[in-house]
Design a protein around this ligand. Structure first.
Ligand code: SF4
Length: 434
């Protein structure tokens, strides 16, 4: 029976020769990730149902990554990190990236691949909706709630419904003023915030395979903003080189692809050369407008960071615009992980590091974490503590998402955010790119 990539992964991990959309199946989980926000709740459910002395099903498959509310004096946030620390110790968790140690990483969805926890053909679950990011590595990756995660911790299994697959084909060479963020905002604008509810979103086409691995992660990262169950891209040489260089424990993996005659319930084709830079206007990721439609809208702040827009590719793009320029509005730079933060000090454009370019432009650089992407306590770096207007490389712009409930957030690519930081109003990167 012909199957899509998502169906093949789910069939493989359920021990069945084939599955079809709508089937309810038990799957074996390869990696379960949790962080400081959902970890404590998950541990509580795990102990409640499996006993106070219970051990997780496999201490090398539970990955603990504190990343959300890290650099804050908030007592509740600090206590959450301490609960994660205690659990890691009690369970002797092999992969725990603790704050204040050289192992500290930052945002979980970027830390997972960097530390070699993403492999083709596997099932990766996490207590965070943007766990779908890891679909860029040809695996089934999705966010689950604390109750499901508590069950997975005890058993290594989960009961899942096989989603039907939608396919998005991108063709052509991406123009220098566009990034993967423009592509995914275009898709979400086309299908809406509920356009892919409980469906797999597979990305394919030469336009996708021309993207580097970080840009592919941006595509998969935002499928949840369309309601997608998972996003997925079949592995190619680029994927396998990245995975092989980092694979934690050098685990064997399985490369799968959709069959040529697999059934997709929806297909949409994009010619990337015809797309324009886009934003999502306040207050929904599907409130799409082209940058030319909103050009000149006044801003108070620019923010470049998060699992969506805080990777090295994002900062290279932003720096290409900010080099030898000054920002007109408060501009916050937050590398997603410590590896990316180190990259800001070594990657150069001309003879200046990215960090030097940002600092000279007048931007403020914070430590790696989720920071203001999810608002957080009032002392969070970059948080919108007033009714400000902000342009951001993050993934959600619902009221209150980055702090104040009356703040207005525009989502855009790092190129568009950097161009807007220089002009103090929404600007088209085509006007500033050399
Ligand atoms: S960076 Fe933002 S979207 Fe990503 S995991 Fe952190 S809070 Fe969630």
């Amino acid at each position: 029976m012909a199957m899509t990539l998502t169906e093949k992964i789910l069939a493989r991990r359920s021990g069945k020769p084939a599955v079809a959309p709508g089937d309810n199946i038990w799957v074996d989980v390869d990696v379960l990730m949790t962080h400081d926000v959902c970890g404590p709740g998950t541990f509580g459910i795990f102990h409640q149902h499996f006993g106070k002395d219970a051990k997780v099903w496999d201490r090398s498959k539970v990955v603990l990554i504190p990343d959300h509310y890290i650099f804050t004096h908030d007592a509740m946030a600090n206590r959450n990190v301490e609960v994660v620390r205690q659990f890691a110790k009690e369970q002797q968790i092999e992969y725990f990236y603790d704050v204040g140690t050289p192992r500290y990483k930052g945002v979980c969805h970027i830390a997972l691949p960097e530390e070699g926890h993403t492999r083709p053909g596997e099932i990766l679950l996490g207590t965070d909706s943007h766990t779908c990011t890891a679909g860029a590595f040809g695996e089934f990756a999705t966010g689950i709630g604390n109750t499901d995660a508590g069950f997975v911790m005890g058993t290594g299994k989960l009961w899942l419904k096989v989603p039907p697959t939608m396919r998005f084909l991108f063709h052509g060479n991406l123009p220098p003023y566009l990034m993967a963020k423009d592509l995914i905002l275009a898709v979400i604008g086309d299908i809406g915030c509920d356009g892919a509810t409980y469906q797999a979103m597979e990305f394919d086409g030469d336009g996708v395979y021309a993207l580097n691995i970080e840009e592919r992660m941006t595509l998969c990262n935002m499928v949840i903003e369309a309601g997608g169950k998972n996003g997925v891209i079949a592995p190619d040489k680029v994927t396998l080189e990245y995975v092989d260089a980092r694979n934690a424990g050098q685990k064997p993996y399985t490369v799968l692809k959709s069959d040529p005659d697999a059934k997709f319930i929806f297909e949409k084709v994009y010619d990337v050369t015809k797309l324009e830079p886009v934003v999502a206007k306040p207050s929904s990721p599907d409130n799409r407008a082209t940058v030319s439609e909103v050009r000149g809208s006044k801003l108070d702040r620019a923010y470049i960071g998060s699992c969506t827009g805080g990777k090295l590719t994002d900062f290279r793009a932003a720096a290409s615009i900010l080099k030898d320029k000054e920002v007109r509005i408060d501009t916050f730079i937050v590398p997603a992980t410590s590896e990316i933060a180190a990259g800001l000090k070594t990657e150069k454009i001309g003879n200046e590091t990215l960090e030097e370019i940002f600092t000279k432009a007048g931007a403020k650089i914070g430590p790696p974490s989720c920071a203001a992407c999810l608002g957080g306590p009032s002392d969070t770096f970059g948080r919108l503590n007033g009714p400000l207007s902000c342009i951001s490389t993050t993934n959600r712009n619902f009221p209150g998402r980055m702090g104040h409930k009356d703040a207005k957030v525009f989502l855009a690519s790092p190129l568009t955010v950097a161009a807007s930081a220089v002009t103090g109003a929404i600007a088209d990167p085509r006007e500033l790119l050399a």
